[in-house]
Write a protein that binds this ligand. Structure first.
Ligand code: ZN
Length: 280
């Protein structure tokens, strides 16, 4: 069976439409969504309607819960907070009820995978970011304790396509666009964001999981960013990035560059060893 895993649509109808077209062209059997259908952009009801109409299995993200009033957007950034208050005024009764009904996790038995919006540690949640190998380790421990029969968990929230493998008590970060799952290993995999990618590639991101072949393939899709931006601006949701959030983004980008460099050095060293060098 082939599943399309989408996440963090964030009320971006242009991106959702483009992604669904691609999914249709791929002849996918089933679509699931890891939460944050609303927030940031201007089409919350439209996106919810599409998710409901297509009977896409969906779990709750932090923006979904904040938009219904189940929680307050205390830890949200300026843009996120503004969009939550705006969305609260836009949601129809049906949309609100739909968001309120979303669970924090879902287990897809036939595909053998778990869904959570943010992370599993200390408890399954829609708020705590999962970025590092250290965080992945504690998440794998929770995953094994709570769902011992399952070895794949898809998560969202960071808006960055990535994956972690846990094998022989070792955690390794895996890079898109393709991950082949190995027997005896567990996986935490993030499809990236449909509506608001944060990895300096502006295209919508999602993945296809082939449960028979145990293969994950990431995809990027172009969408009409101008139309989306126009609507978001008209709704008053575009904001000037503050100096603080600009600095945070810059720090985050440097951390990622550093991580990639360290990984490249590690790989280079391993291949040198493999070529017959001695390691003393
Ligand atoms: Zn999100």
């Amino acid at each position: 069976m082939r599943y399309a895993i989408i996440s963090d649509v964030h009320a971006n109808m242009e991106a959702l439409t483009a992604v669904l077209q691609k999914i249709e062209a791929e002849g996918i059997n089933r679509i699931v969504c890891l939460g944050d259908v609303v927030g940031y952009h201007a089409d919350p009801n439209e996106c919810i309607e599409v998710i409901r109409e297509r009977k896409i299995l969906c779990i709750a993200g932090n923006h979904d819960r904040a938009a219904t009033g189940l929680k307050e957007p205390i830890r949200f950034g300026q843009a996120g907070k503004r969009a939550i208050y705006w969305t609260r005024g836009q949601l129809t009764t049906e949309s609100k009820q739909f968001l309120e009904s979303l669970p924090l996790t879902a287990l897809v038995n036939d595909g053998g995978f778990l869904m959570v919006h943010a992370s599993l540690d200390p408890e399954p949640n829609e708020e705590i970011y999962l970025y590092s190998e250290g965080q992945a380790r504690t998440n794998f421990q929770r995953f094994r304790a709570l769902w011992p029969e399952t070895n794949v968990c898809f998560f969202g929230h960071t808006h960055r396509p990535m994956g972690f493998e846990f094998r022989d008590e070792r955690v390794e970060e895996l890079d898109p666009p393709r991950i082949r799952l190995r027997t005896g290993a567990s996986y935490l995999i993030n499809p990236g964001s449909v509506g608001q990618p944060r990895d300096s590639d502006p295209r919508a991101s999602f993945l296809i999981f082939d449960s028979d072949r145990q293969l994950v393939q990431f995809h990027r899709v172009l969408f009409d960013t101008n139309a989306c931006y126009r609507k978001t601006e008209q709704a008053g949701l575009i904001y000037q990035e503050s100096f603080l959030s600009r600095s945070e983004n810059l720090v985050q980008r440097w951390l990622e560059v550093g991580k990639r460099l360290r990984k490249r050095i590690r790989c280079g060293r391993n291949s040198w060893r493999g070529a017959g060098g001695t390691d003393t």
